[in-house]
Design a protein around this ligand. Structure first.
Ligand SMILES: NC(=O)c1ccc[n+]([C@@H]2O[C@H](COP(=O)([O-])OP(=O)(O)OC[C@H]3O[C@@H](n4cnc5c(N)ncnc54)[C@H](O)[C@@H]3O)[C@@H](O)[C@H]2O)c1
Length: 58
């Protein structure tokens, strides 16, 4: 049986933070969905937490 899934685009706010980066990584690594990350990059934002998925086109 062939399964299909509707690919969606998720807008994640705070995606460079503790919870947001886990959500972004989970979506990229374990789903076919696309991600837009809007983060103010305050003291709590850390782009390094997204290094495992930053090269992904989605
Ligand atoms: N190592 C750990 O266990 C650890 C580390 C950090 C946080 N925590 C816990 O995680 C929880 C908080 O996590 P979180 O992810 O909600 O917060 P966070 O502070 O980790 O991340 C918030 C993110 O939102 C961004 N942001 C702030 N204002 C914004 C705005 N106006 N527009 C766009 N982006 C904006 C920040 O730049 C940051 O990247 C707390 O319970 C905290 O104690 C645990």
């Amino acid at each position: 049986m062939k399964y299909s899934i509707n690919v969606k685009t998720f807008l994640i706010t705070g995606g460079a933070g503790f919870i947001g980066s886990a959500v972004v990584s989970e979506l990229i690594q374990h789903t076919p969905h696309r991600v837009i990350n809007a983060d103010k990059l305050t003291y709590a934002g850390n782009l390094g937490s997204l290094s495992s998925v930053e090269a992904d086109k989605r």
